[in-house]
Design a protein around this ligand. Structure first.
Ligand code: PGA
Length: 241
C-alpha cells in the first residue's frame, strides 16, 4: 500500500487528476470506476482543467460509477447522474454512451443491477477504481454489516450514511432510504485502487480501515487485501496513522 499525505486539497486533487490522466494517456480505452461525494469534487475539477490543457481525450474511455440512490430520477438535483454531469461529464469529451451509472429507478432494481454487472464484466476489469470512504467505513454504498456482496445490489442505507448525506437535502426524510451499489467484486478486481480521504473526522475510520482487522463491519478494510492500493490523504485524515 502506498500512502501519500498532502498539505492542501489542491495538491492532493492535482495528484489524483494527474494519476487518472496519465492512465488515460497510456491506455486511451481505459475503464475507470468513479466515485461521488464531496471528496472527489476537487479531483474532477482539476481533471476537467487538465483535460482542456493537455488535450488528453476521453473518447474511448468507459466509466462506471459506484452507486446511485434508489428512487431518484437521473434529472433529480441530488442524483449521482446529475452530480457526474455537473462535476465531470460536461467538462470532458467522454461519449455519453460510455458513462455508466447504476439505475435507481427501474421497476426491477435487482434485474437492473444484474444488467450493470453484465456491462461491467463485458468492459473487463476496471483499470482504476477511485474511492472515498464513509464515516462508517463504507465504500460505494457497501455498508457495514454481517455480509458484503460481490455483485451490484440494492442496499438499505444506514442511519449514519443518511445523516451524513442529509447536508445535500433540505430534510433528512428526503434522503433516500435505499441505494444501488456496485459490490466488492469489481472494486477488488480493479487493477488499481485510488482511495482519497480528507478531514480529521475520517481519521479514526481510516486507521481502522488500513490497520484494523479485515472485517465486513468496516468494508474499506478489505482494501488491505488489494495488491495495488494508493491512499491519498490530507493532514487531518492522516492524524491517527
Ligand atoms: P464524502 O463521501 O466524500 O462526501 O465524505 C465519501 C463516501 O461516503 O464514500
Amino acid at each position: 500500500m502506498n500512502i501519500l499525505t498532502y498539505t492542501s486539497n489542491e495538491e492532493l486533487s492535482a495528484y489524483a487528476a494527474d494519476f487518472i490522466l496519465d492512465l488515460v494517456r497510456a491506455k486511451p480505452d481505459a475503464v475507470l470506476g468513479l466515485a461521488t461525494g464531496e471528496t472527489p469534487i476537487g479531483v474532477y475539477e482539476q481533471l476537467v482543467d487538465r483535460h482542456r490543457k493537455s488535450q488528453v481525450s476521453f473518447r474511448q474511455v468507459k466509466v462506471f460509477n459506484l452507486d446511485e440512490y434508489a428512487g431518484l430520477s437521473p434529472g433529480h438535483e441530488q442524483s449521482y447522474q446529475t452530480y457526474m454531469r455537473k462535476h465531470l461529464f460536461s467538462g470532458i469529451d467522454l461519449p455519453s454512451e460510455h458513462a455508466y451509472i447504476p439505475c435507481g429507478i427501474a421497476d426491477d432494481l435487482s434485474a437492473a443491477a444484474r444488467d450493470y454487472d453484465r456491462l461491467l464484466e463485458e468492459a473487463g476489469p476496471l483499470d482504476l477504481q477511485l474511492l472515498g470512504i464513509g464515516h462508517n467505513g463504507h465504500i460505494g454504498f457497501n455498508e457495514p454489516g454481517e455480509e458484503l456482496y460481490a455483485e451490484t445490489h440494492v442496499v438499505k442505507l444506514t442511519d449514519e450514511t443518511r445523516a451524513a448525506n442529509s447536508r445535500y437535502f433540505e430534510l433528512l426524510e428526503e434522503v433516500p432510504e435505499y441505494a444501488v451499489t456496485m459490490g466488492l467484486g469489481p472494486i477488488m478486481r480493479a487493477r488499481q485502487v485510488l482511495l482519497i480521504v480528507r478531514g480529521e473526522n475520517k481519521a479514526a475510520v481510516l486507521k481502522k480501515a488500513l490497520y484494523g482487522p479485515v472485517t465486513t463491519q468496516c468494508p474499506a478494510s478489505l482494501l488491505q487485501l488489494h495488491p495495488r492500493l494508493t491512499v491519498l490523504l490530507d493532514e487531518g485524515a492522516a492524524k491517527e496513522l
